[in-house]
Design a protein around this ligand. Structure first.
Ligand code: PLP
Length: 451
């Protein structure tokens, strides 16, 4: 075992050390070699060192170098060294974070993290929380609590009686709400087709005057950080108005809500602390390894009602039982990397991580605009959207940047147009990486424009 783990560590170290130099995307040859993984199921297994060597030989070159300094696709954080190291240790521990009995350590880490996270996002000390796989499941978990609460107000017990015959729930989502939010709505039986989409402004944020009159059970879903533009819905206006009218206000803050942790950006996220529930990712901007998401719910009772299985296990348990707050029962101990990341960053380091990414986005936006290209969003957070002219040209340049290997930027559609989306979400990116990426983009854009 010890030789094997040392070998794994050595291979991982070599991999990480090479990330800054290699092409960010895998080569066609590396991808083709993956076919070697699909052998017939062997009668007898291979030795562990051979398996590790094979995984490294085939796997490492075929990875997207998203842990490195110049991956700007989707919204993808790297892994802070301490979070990765904690993840390795936790792998050895192999705890089942299901309950306080199956892992007292897991339960204690969750409590410690919840306290820090409530403080960071301005939620009350009593708020409940759940550690899940990502923002999609965090939205799902929070909306299950919302579904419980708005129906309980009408005297309907959704956990016992389901949705058949229940009073209808109005779900309000911004016109630019993330697809993962709508997926959570679908999974909860609330019906994507029944969602009312609210009018948005040019940056994709819900307009302050877009809230319809609220009647009956209603869930308003806001977004802190549009996946394309980084825009925030006007929480300080919308949340008090909706809550006063009896609605549950949920916030999909997958990455953007971390702006609250950076004093210079916190005004963007003002007012979100008034929400009933919040979904946020750890694996995006907190830079912990996949997979990691979190739900916070102001009223822990609603979350408990939606997720609890206590009756089946320990009906009179006094401690917070993790299984009463999450969709899963058995699960890995996700809080460990969040705890390690927050403990190592502290308030100052966290603010610096967020601020540096925003500063890098501003550098990129200014560089592209100075070169005459059209930056499509107000770059106030970590996202940059750029068009190079026609859709065709923009898509060609995105493909060329990905093939070039210096950096990796993805494509998206913004208000009917093709755009390159450049997301700054990693601790590993330095100013020099931003400059190198800008040079590569301008070189490839120039070559395409003149061809
Ligand atoms: C606003 C928003 N919500 C939800 C998601 C989905 O997050 P996850 O992939 O972690 O489930 C994303 C992903 O980019 C997002 O930007």
């Amino acid at each position: 075992m010890d030789t094997l783990l040392r070998e794994a560590a050595a291979r991982a170290e070599t991999y990480l050390a090479g990330l800054g130099e290699r092409d960010v995307g895998p080569s066609a040859a590396a991808l083709a070699a993956l076919s070697e993984l699909a052998t017939p199921f062997p009668d007898r297994g291979e030795g562990a060192p051979d398996i590790l060597a094979k995984l490294d030989r085939l796997g490492s070159p075929a990875t997207i170098a998203s842990a490195g300094p110049r991956y700007f696709g989707f919204v993808t954080g790297g892994s802070l060294p301490v979070a990765l190291a904690a993840n390795w240790l936790a792998g050895a521990w192999d705890q089942n974070a299901f309950s306080t009995t199956s892992s007292p350590l897991g339960a204690a880490l969750e409590m410690a993290c919840l306290s820090w996270l409530r403080e960071i996002f301005g939620f009350p000390e009593a708020a409940g929380g759940a550690f899940v796989t990502g923002a999609t499941m965090a939205n799902f978990t929070a909306l299950a609590a919302a579904r419980h609460a708005v129906l309980a107000q009408t005297g309907w017990d959704v956990e016992q009686d389901g949705l058949f015959g229940a009073p209808p729930i109005t779900v309000l989502v911004g016109g630019e709400g993330h697809a993962a939010m709508l997926k959570a709505v679908r999974m909860l039986g609330l019906g994507e087709g029944r969602v009312h989409r609210l009018a948005v402004d040019g940056q994709g944020a819900i307009r302050a005057d877009a809230l319809p009159p609220i009647k009956g059970p209603t869930i308003l879903c806001l977004q802190a950080g549009n996946v394309n533009s980084g825009a925030f819905d006007p929480a300080a206006n919308l949340i008090p108005a909706a809550r006063d009218a009896g609605a549950w206000v949920h916030v999909d803050g997958a990455f953007g809500i971390w702006a609250k942790a950076a004093p210079a950006r916190a005004d963007l996220a003002a007012g979100y602390e008034l929400a009933d529930s919040l979904a946020v990712d750890g694996h995006k901007w907190l830079n912990v390894p996949y997979d990691s998401g979190l739900t916070l719910v102001r009223d822990p009772g609603s979350l408990h009602a939606a997720m609890s299985i206590s009756a089946a296990y320990l009906p009179d348990a006094e401690a917070r039982e993790p299984y009463d707050y999450t969709p899963e029962c058995s699960r890995r101990m996700r809080a460990v990397e969040i705890w390690a990341a927050l403990a190592s960053l502290g308030r100052v380091g966290l603010a610096d991580l967020i601020e540096t990414c925003c500063r890098h986005a501003a550098m990129m936006g200014q560089g592209l605009a100075a070169a005459g290209y059209e930056v499509l969003n107000d770059v106030r957070l970590n996202q940059v959207l750029v068009s190079f002219g026609s859709d065709d040209l923009t898509e060609r340049i995105i493909a060329d940047v990905q093939a070039d290997g210096t950096a990796w930027c993805g494509g998206t559609r913004w208000h009917g147009r093709a755009a390159m989306r450049i997301s700054f979400s990693s601790h590993a990116t330095r100013d020099a990486d931003v400059a190198k990426t800008l040079d590569a983009i301008l070189r490839l854009a120039g070559a395409n424009s003149s061809s």
